[in-house]
Design a protein around this ligand. Sequence first.
Ligand code: S3P
Length: 428
Amino acid sequence: MKRLEVKGKGAFDFVCSEIASDKSISHRCAMFSLLSDRPSRVRNYLKAEDTLNTLAIVRQLGATVKEEGDEMVITPPESLKEPEDVLDCGNSGTAMRLFCGFLSSLKGHYVLTGDKYLRRRPMKRVVKPLREIGAKMDGREKGNLAPLCIRGESLRAFHYESPIASAQVKSAMILAALRADGVSTYKEPELSRDHTERMLRGMGANIESWDTITVEPLRGPLDPLEISVPADPSSGFFFAVAAAIVPGSRVVIENVTLNPTRIEAYRVLERMGARVELVEKENRYEPIGDIVVSYSGRLKGVEVSERIAWLIDELPALAIAMATAEGESLVRNAAELRVKESDRITCVMQGLRACGIETEEFEDGYRIIGGTLKSAEVDSCGDHRIAMSFAIAGLVADMKISDVACIETSFPNFTVLLSKIAEVKEWK
Ligand code: S3P
C-alpha cells in the first residue's frame, strides 16, 4: 500500500500551469466524440486512471484514438460496435452513470462494472428514471449496484423532475433524450455542473436550459469537438487551501475553468478571509482563466448549506481549511458526501479527529471546531480527494497518509507539484 509523508517548509509563491486537466470535461470529451461522424480534437485530455478508463471504453465501442502531440484525436466508427467484453469504469461514478444514459438507447448488450468502491455506489438514481422511459437494465440489488447490464432499446421522450441536483443523473438523462422519440424535459432542484449542456450545445445539439432543460432528439451526427481542456478547479483547490493556510503564501492556478458551477469553494474560501482573484482570459464552451489565492491572516469559521452541488467535490479540502480556522464551521445539506468515492463525512471527520480537531457528525454534514492541527497518521479510505486533502494538511502539521495510490484516479502529478512547496516522501 503506497503511503505519503508530508512536511511543510514555510511560505511559498507558486505559479502553477500543471494542475491536472478537468476530469468532468475530459470524460465528456471522450464520450461525446461518439456522437459525431468526424474526428474530435481534444487538447490536454486528462491522462489519469478514471478518464483513461473512459477512453478505453470508447475504443471498445469502436472509436480509434490517436495522440498527436498534446492533442488526442478521437475518430468515431461508422456505427458503434457491440463490445466483446465488459466495460470497466474503474473508480468513476461519472463514467458509469453517463454511459448508462448513453448506452441504454443503443442497440446491443453492454455490461458496466468498476472497482470495489464503485461497485458499492448507488446506481438506482439513473437506473430508475431510465427504466421508466423503456430502458432494459439490471444489476445487483434490483439494479442498484454494478455490475450493471444494459440491453439497448428505443426510449420514450420524458418530463423528469429529479429529486437530486446531480450532474451525473442530469447528463445520463440528456444523453438518453438525444435518442428518444420526441422532445424531453428535465428539471433539477438546484443547478448542478452544466458541462454536458454547454458541450453538446457547442456540438450543435438542440438543448435549451433555463429553469427547465429541453432536449430535442438528434437529427443526425453532431459537429466534432475542437477543445482544449482547462485545468480542473477541484484539483487546483488543494493548492488554493494550501495558500490560504500557510502564512505569507500565494498560488496562481493557470488556465482553469471559471464555470460558476465549479468554483463556489473558492468563494467560500474568500468568505473565510483568504484573498481570491479570478482573471477570465477566454470563453469557449466554458469561461477559462487564472485563479490567484493568497494568505490574508488566519481564516475564520464559515457556514455552508447552499449551492452544495457547486462545491461538493471540494468539501474534503475545505474541511482542512475549516479545521485551521478561528471558530466553528458548519456544513449541512451535504448528504451526497456519503455516497461519493467513500463516505466522505465519516472518513474526513475520522481524519480530523486523528489530528486533534473536535468535530460533530450529522447525517447530512458536520461541525468542525477550528484549532491547531496536530501531526498524525491518516487513512485515505481509498479516496483520492481525502488523500490529497490530508496531504495539504501536512503543510501545517506533519502528516502521514496511507493508501494514496488512489490519487492516480484524478491527479497523477499531484505529489510532484506538492513537492515544490513541501517535503514529500513516498514509500510502499
Ligand atoms: C460529476 C458530478 C458530480 C461530482 C463528480 C463529477 C460530473 O457528481 O461530484 O465528481 O462530472 O458530472 P454528482 O452529479 O453525483 O453530484
